[in-house]
Design a protein around this ligand. Structure first.
Ligand code: ZN
Ligand code: ZN
Length: 421
């Protein structure tokens, strides 16, 4: 008989186990606590959506939609996609649930897995996790600044140092066409020298030439017109006010005229956050304003702003500076004999109800091996329960860190820990 085939997790997907999981929980807890203070509430959307949610929301011409989506047909012949990012789902949810009828602005955060069929490389996964936030229903630059400030506090609280917010404005429907014309005119004499991707971008989305990483293209765009010189009055005022507020809130920023972001839906503000702890080249977080997306997805005219941040990279960084804390039981009960073990189960049950972590020894194990196990688990206290203890109603205890010992009556077990920590 052949042995059963051993299965592996899919390429680019991985298990998260203790002790790493404690760092994940720390990141998630920090987000939900801090974001709540800014009035954000959690929105939990399905991981799968109709493909149109993303092709409409993210944009047909983007790398994500063209190359990276997990798209399949379900048994009913519908085209389904595993979400490659959070904003399009959040917008679908906002429109479907008519959240615009609630007082504006509506603020939501989300966290969970995203899926992109990318070539797995170090630190990149096909199932990866993001924490994001979206504000619906305000066009005020105050929203952009408030969210960026929240993000700064979030990353700092997790210990990320030397943060830099790179900000830009890519204009609106009114002023961007003029800027595109200026870019096309600038690149027209040199289109043949651009990389093949940029030659395509020249025809479809010339702004994206600005974030091409090919050296030739970087060189060619040296003197390209800057988007901030082509902003309409409204976009100009928005950008100025944003920069003023960032200064006021101590958000460290640099204006980066070349940062256009890869997504079509942005209007006005775009930004990325880098941390020197992660190598200044790599953005930890990115986001921006998307004032037309809700309307383009069938909702009412609703300006919006949001960001998403990857969890894996933050956890990797935390791991370098912070040993994942391995939690330990408060009490280990070493019980000798069946009767004592039965009694120990009752005691443990009562303590666990009070959210005290209690471990029990194996029913048939010797005292020595149970003590060894308590030690290996780094339990704070050991309770020893044998015939003597059962008869007298007094349980022997020992504190493993300093060897102190004593007795506690069964009736007082519940309050035992309160005076001792
Ligand atoms: Zn404008
Ligand atoms: Zn290029």
């Amino acid at each position: 008989m052949s042995s059963p085939e051993r299965q592996k997790a899919l390429k680019g997907m991985k298990d998260v186990l203790p002790p790493d999981i404690y760092l994940w929980q720390k990141v998630e807890r920090t987000a939900s606590e801090l974001f709540s203070a800014y009035g954000f509430r959690e929105m939990r959307t399905p991981v799968a959506e109709a493909t149109a949610v993303f092709s409409r929301g993210i944009g047909e011409g983007t790398d994500i939609v063209e190359k990276e989506m997990y798209t399949f047909e379900d048994k009913g012949g519908r085209s389904i996609t595993l979400r490659p990012e959070g904003t399009a789902s959040a917008v679908r949810c906002f429109v479907e649930n008519q959240l615009h009828t609630l007082p504006s602005p509506q603020k939501y955060y989300y966290l969970g897995p995203m899926f992109r069929y990318e070539r797995p490389q170090s630190g990149r996964y096909r199932q990866f996790y993001q924490i994001g936030a979206e504000v619906f229903g305000s066009a005020a630059p105050a929203v952009d600044a408030e969210v960026m400030s929240m993000l700064r506090h979030f990353l700092m609280r997790l210990g990320l140092g030397s943060l830099n917010f790179q900000v830009n404005s890519i204009g609106c429907e009114e002023c961007r066409p003029g800027y595109k014309q200026a870019l096309l005119a600038y690149f027209a004499p040199v289109t043949g020298d651009l990389c093949p991707d940029c030659q395509r971008r020249y025809l479809h989305n010339p702004l994206r030439i600005l974030d091409c990483k090919v050296r030739r293209c970087i060189e060619l765009r040296k003197d390209a017109p800057r988007v901030t010189e082509h902003l309409c009055t409204g976009c100009e005022a928005h950008f100025r006010k944003l920069l003023d507020l960032l200064k006021l809130l101590n958000v460290p920023y640099t204006v980066n005229h070349e940062m256009v972001r890869g997504l079509d839906y942005y209007t006005r503000t775009t930004f990325e956050v880098t941390s020197e702890d992660l190598g200044a080249q790599n953005a930890v977080t990115a986001g921006g304003r998307y004032d037309n997306l809700v309307r383009n997805c069938g909702g009412p005219d609703t300006p919006a702003f949001g960001f998403a941040t990857g969890i894996e990279r933050i956890v990797d960084l935390l791991k370098q500076t912070l040993l994942p804390p391995e939690p330990a039981p408060a009490i280990f009960i070493a019980a000798l004999g069946e009767q004592a073990h039965d009694a120990a189960m009752v005691i443990a049950d009562g303590l666990r109800e009070e959210h005290i972590w209690v471990e029990l020894g194996e029913p048939a194990a010797s005292l020595k091996s149970q003590m060894r196990k308590a030690d290996r688990l780094s339990s704070e206290y050991v309770f020893i329960l044998g015939d003597d203890e059962l008869n007298s109603g007094l349980i022997s205890w020992k504190r493993l860190s300093d060897g102190t010992a004593g007795k506690v009556s069964r009736a007082d077990v519940g309050s035992f820990l309160s005076g001792r920590r």
